[in-house]
Ligand binder design. Structure first.
Ligand code: BEZ
Ligand code: FE
Length: 276
């Protein structure tokens, strides 16, 4: 095809892709091209703006390494990560809701006995976490594997601390035969997502703030149940309604109660969805 214009270019590209063998890929690419072209026409994208976007993506690539994933961060602040979580984790009422995974999970965190202190030297106010893991029929999920991770009093995960070379405030535990779990750690505090790169510039330019409300991350697995990726948030957090990555769900908010000795206690019961 020759002499394409701003309208006919879309059909030309779709025709060029028409031999895509994989039907799923064909559906995705067709829709992507249609929406991308429509977006450029709708905003009357200029050549300077198009090149600005290329430079922005290049900066995202350049700042990404094994400790930092700027593209996921971009997806998070655009609400795409939460959209994908929401449309792929429709669970029956009563099951614990899922939320974003985030970039700070580490494969192979240390295993701990129930009751252990997973802070492992991380700075923060002591906090005990306890609860149960049950199936949607109320049955205890004996031995459920609980992978938990959180930031410290400075709002940093261990992997973000240049001086920390071992796991802190993260660990893996197994629920007991009654599905109960408990461990000691530190109080979760609000923190800002990394905002010293292109995503931070985007937040600033669009009048947004980088704060996430205080939370613990959980990845819970057990045979016969869907994997649950979720958080537990603090009910007294000022950022619950302005989470930079749109991850807050009312059902994931718990009261973190201060104890007479100044430490905190939070209790949260998880309900897993049986796998299909
Ligand atoms: C987190 O909660 O660890 C997180 C989630 C999304 C972006 C950055 C951090
Ligand atoms: Fe987090």
């Amino acid at each position: 095809m020759r002499n394409v214009n701003a309208q006919t270019i879309t059909e030309a590209v779709l025709a060029r892709q028409s031999n895509t063998a994989d039907p799923r890929l064909k559906r995705i690419m067709t829709s992507l091209v249609k929406h991308l072209h429509e977006f450029a026409r709708e905003v009357e994208l200029t050549e300077e703006e198009w090149f600005g976007a290329i430079e922005f993506m290049t900066r995202c690539g350049n700042i990404t390494d094994d400790k930092r994933q700027e593209f996921i961060l971009l997806s998070d602040v655009l609400g795409l990560s939460m959209l994908i979580v929401a449309q792929n984790n429709d669970k029956p009422a009563g099951c614990t809701e899922a939320t974003v995974f985030g970039p700070f999970h580490v494969e192979g965190a240390p295993h701990y006995e129930l009751g252990a202190d997973i802070a492992n030297g991380a700075r923060g106010t002591p906090c005990e976490v306890r609860g149960t893991v049950r199936g949607s029929g109320g049955e205890p999920v004996a031995g459920a594997q609980i992978d938990v991770w959180q930031s410290d009093a400075d709002g940093l995960y261990d992997v973000q601390h240049p001086a920390v070379d071992h796991a802190q405030a993260r660990g893996i535990l197994n629920a007991d035969s009654e599905g109960r779990y408990h461990f000691r750690s530190i109080l979760a505090v609000p923190y800002s997502i990394p905002h010293d790169g292109p995503v931070g510039d985007l937040l600033k330019a669009t009048g947004q703030r980088p704060w996430r409300p205080a939370h613990l991350h959980f990845l819970i697995t057990a045979p016969g149940f869907e994997t649950l990726v979720t958080h537990v948030f603090r009910s007294d957090d000022p950022y619950l309604d302005s989470d930079a990555v749109f991850g807050v769900r009312q059902s994931l908010i718990a009261d973190w109660k201060q104890q007479p000795d100044g430490s905190y206690l939070v209790e949260y019961d998880f309900v897993l969805n049986p796998s299909a």
